[in-house]
Design a protein around this ligand. Sequence first.
Ligand SMILES: C[S@@+](CC[C@H](N)C(=O)[O-])C[C@H]1O[C@@H](n2cnc3c(N)ncnc32)[C@H](O)[C@@H]1O
Length: 285
Amino acid sequence: MSLRQALKEAKYILAANDIRDAALESELLLRHLLGISRVQLYLDLDDPLVREQGEAYRRLIERRTAGQPSAYITGRREFYGLEFTVDSRVLIPRPESELLVEEAIRLAGGLDAAPIIADIGTGSGAIAICLAIKLPQAIIYASDISAAALEVAAANCRRHRVAGRIRLLSGDLLTPLPQPVDIIVANLPYVGRAEAAANGFEPSLALDGGPGGTDEIERLCHQAAGKLRPGSVLLLEIGQGQDEDITSLVRGLLPGSVVAVTPDLAGIPRVVSAVLPAVHTTPCG
Ligand SMILES: C[S@@+](CC[C@H](N)C(=O)[O-])C[C@H]1O[C@@H](n2cnc3c(N)ncnc32)[C@H](O)[C@@H]1O
């Protein structure tokens, strides 16, 4: 069987099992198996797939039709133009979280030359690592409550040669931070418990935000004032429909801050930002 025939068969099986982007996924898994680039795959389309390779490819397709995400099968995922190692210990970084990185970089422009940044719930480390690369002067903390996730983050820090730039911290939300910071960026779990339980592959710790989805984000908001310097920035990724509750909570807890919501490419309100006044004010009453 040629590579072309194997791809056609795999695409048919994936589509019949309701896997979206069946053509792209069949290519991705074949390239992973053969260790070749997309260009090379197209050049080799009429080459034969030897029997062992054909069987291995079939097994990969079976894992995919069983629902395993392709990023866990290949062990990698691209985020903000960089490739990250991922496995079942961490959430697979989502394209919409690139907005958090963009906002952090934009808002860092108005701060000190060497801002102190904390990425809370770092998972694979993708957000912290992108910020370390794009903001070479920044001092960066990256924390997670999952020791297993921090192992993956550490591997990605080494892979991108920023291990010396990012201090990994273990613990609940902002409690492990040794000092107040200039930017807190957090993509915490924000999926409702029932929906998180239905995922089945990614860690529930990364998805489950309590019955309504916002428990962890709300807890972080309550801790934030104690860990933010005057003039600093809080950036929170949120789920669909959570913007009104979270913005009003942030306004109440961080008085005088300028609160905004930025939509993602699909137009869904995705990032809540709060820029604190340069001097802290205290709530009245
Ligand atoms: C939605 S994932 C985001 C991972 C990564 N930042 C990303 O964007 O791909 C949420 C992460 O928060 C971590 N987490 C959940 N509850 C936490 C808590 N109370 N304190 C610190 N981290 C927490 C999870 O272990 C998980 O790695």
